[in-house]
Unconditional design. Structure first.
Length: 158
């Protein structure tokens, strides 16, 4: 093996996990990766927050909880039962990176009482986060949630 060349991610992972060797990351490289991924996570989180007021205006029964962890961020919205909304619901967006800090995941979880929960995600390389695609993903998931949550139960045929 050529020791003059720096190891790539695959080689480092192989050395650690398959051969059991101790292969440290270069400290400045690891810190730079973490910093870059955290910056991109914050960008995606801000896209989520842009829709928070929009949701507040349309759903009087919403309660929110921000998820602000060291390496992840998100928004959890709960929709309680009331006179206008016969079911409980939950809409959650969560941004995080993978363990190598090379990809960022924007995840969405939808739960509506009486329906099958759904999970979906979109991933981006840290160096090429597509904000337009992320914004569309967020909007599409909010739209799908609202459509299902506000759907009137079909009248039973007599």
């Amino acid at each position: 093996m050529d020791t003059d060349q720096p190891m790539g991610e695959f080689t480092k992972k192989f050395e650690r996990e398959i051969l059991g060797h101790d292969v440290p990351d270069a400290p400045e490289d690891a810190e730079a990766k973490v910093g870059k991924s955290l910056k991109e996570i914050r960008k995606l989180y801000n896209l989520i927050l842009e829709r928070r007021d929009w949701l507040r205006q349309r759903f009087s029964n919403i309660s929110e909880e921000e998820i602000d962890e060291e390496t992840a961020a998100g928004l959890r919205c709960r929709f309680e039962k009331d006179a206008d909304h016969p079911n409980e619901g939950r809409l959650e967006f969560h941004c995080r990176d993978n363990e190598t800090h090379q990809a960022i995941f924007l995840e969405c979880t939808v739960e509506i009482e009486g329906q099958q929960p759904s999970n979906d995600y979109v991933s981006f390389p840290v160096d090429r986060v597509n904000e337009a695609r992320a914004k569309k993903f967020i909007q599409d998931k909010i739209f799908a949630f609202a459509k299902a949550y506000l759907a009137k139960p079909e009248e039973s045929a007599e």
